[in-house]
Design a protein around this ligand. Structure first.
Ligand SMILES: [Zn+2]
Length: 229
């Protein structure tokens, strides 16, 4: 979803879509992929114990750190959880629920939709038209492109400095805010849950809060506003 402007201008669009006093929205979203994203692409990766450990860091260590950071700031976020992750790490996933965050469906084993055939696509579309709202994401606002690197598996080898990532995203958020739009930041606890990166995320959340006119909300609340408009 992008609410940007039209003839009435960004201010007019924001006034009708976002809660009073806010001119734009930001959603902090976390894909709790853990091992599933690797196993979905190649089940034999289960034999690579250091890679599996790298992925388990997400629910076991990164996620608790992120939950603490959000609780300290009174911010609610959206967590997308594959069924496999919930089975393997039930305690951390319950902690998301108990903290009052939104939990979204993320497949069972992080199934990739690239190349999905028409019959399967039609299965996904059985819900009545009008009952689904798409809230678009952007690769510029995804931590995978900033931080993910595992030799021979993913990433280019370039790992960005957390403070530069936070500054980049703040620049993006400010531009979205000028348009009265919705900005979705996509993160993964095994990446953004590491200490310096979580610290940088805290800095970004504080900047958003200090702005005063940007609504930080889980995706379900943003979708409700969009569908009611
Ligand atoms: Zn994912």
């Amino acid at each position: 979803m992008n609410t940007a402007s039209g003839p009435g201008g960004a201010g007019a669009a924001a006034a009708t879509l976002w809660p009073e006093g806010f001119r734009a929205a930001v959603a902090l979203t976390f894909d709790v992929d853990a091992e599933s994203v690797m196993l979905a692409s190649d089940p034999s990766l289960a034999q690579r114990t250091s890679l599996m450990s790298h992925q388990r860091y997400g629910p076991q260590t990164g996620l608790p750190r992120i939950l603490r950071l959000l609780a300290e700031r009174g911010v609610r976020a959206t967590f997308f959880v594959p069924g496999y992750t919930a089975e393997q790490h039930p305690g951390p996933i319950r902690a998301i629920r108990d903290a009052g965050h939104e939990i979204g469906h993320h497949g069972y084993l992080h199934e990739l939709l690239t190349g999905t055939d028409e019959a399967t696509e039609r299965e996904f579309r059985r819900l009545p038209g009008g009952s689904i709202t798409e809230i678009p994401v952007s690769w510029a606002l995804d931590d995978w492109e900033k931080y993910a690197f595992w030799p021979g598996v993913t990433g280019t080898g370039t790992i960005e400095r957390p403070s530069l990532v936070a500054e980049h995203w703040w620049e993006e958020v400010l531009a979205y805010a000028e348009e009265g739009a919705c900005c979705v930041i996509t993160m993964h606890p095994f990446l953004s849950g590491r200490p310096a990166r979580a610290r940088a995320l805290g800095w970004l959340i504080d900047k958003i809060a200090q702005h005063g006119e940007i609504w930080l909300a889980p995706l379900c609340e943003i979708a409700d506003r969009a569908m009611a408009a």
